[in-house]
Design a protein around this ligand. Sequence first.
Ligand SMILES: N[C@@H](CCC[C@H](N)C(=O)O)C(=O)O
Length: 283
Amino acid sequence: MKLSFTKMQGAGNDYVYINGFDYKLTAEQAEQLAIQLADRHFGIGGDGLVIIDPTDSADARMRMYNADGSEGRMCGNAIRCVAKYIVDAKIAEKETVLIDTLSGPKTIVMNSVTPLESIATVDMGPASFALPDIPVTSKEEQWIAHPFDTSQGTFPITTLSMGNPHGVVFMEEIESLDLPKLGAAFELHPSFPQRINTEFVVVHSPTEISMRVWERGSGETLACGTGACAAVAASVVNGHCDPETWITVHLLGGDLDIYYSEETIYMRGPATIVFTGEIEVDI
Ligand SMILES: N[C@@H](CCC[C@H](N)C(=O)O)C(=O)O
């Protein structure tokens, strides 16, 4: 069959977007398509696949799949792009939209910059540091700068859930890291039965940090929205950054602004159309 798609990116975290109002895709088909379409040599190319489905409880429902076909519970960069998509397609004729995800509904406020780019502010909900929420196989309650042994050495890790699992490690520098080796040592560690996304973070000031990210299911990406929120939450909880003020997070693909409070976390960043097209798929 011929499938219409839109390729979009947020801070360089790029996904193939399919309009689920037009195509009804089962979870099995979506997993298969994610692997096929995300391939940068034999497919369209991307960090995974996002399907925008109808729902009665919100303006749309987001289903996101990593490049290996695994389903993610939440994606910060994709939810901004989904909001842009439904506003542009007039699925929602307003600037504040509600999108359902596996980790609950999120409210997004849109500001159009150019026809191809919007800036979106997302209410991401609160961070949870409780180990069963991540989950982490340990009897302790929280891991805040917890000495964590991996095949690549021992690192102080702070773990949290942003609707999906994150580990944050503060470092002196991140340019020289061998992320495929290091990221995989965290992602596949037996302490994380559902695997984990890991952020490697340098703190510049109480309102500015840089990070590189290794995403479960997709490897190193140019940005991770939930990861940027996790990095800021961990920076505040470890006393490196200020709460209740906007913090700039520099990522390989651009900047995201994050506001942390105990009640909720806001994320502000771009949502950009790259191109649209049609592809013949065998599903
Ligand atoms: N890129 C994302 C997160 C995507 C899902 C993640 N790899 C997972 O499986 O939890 C973001 O922008 O948040």
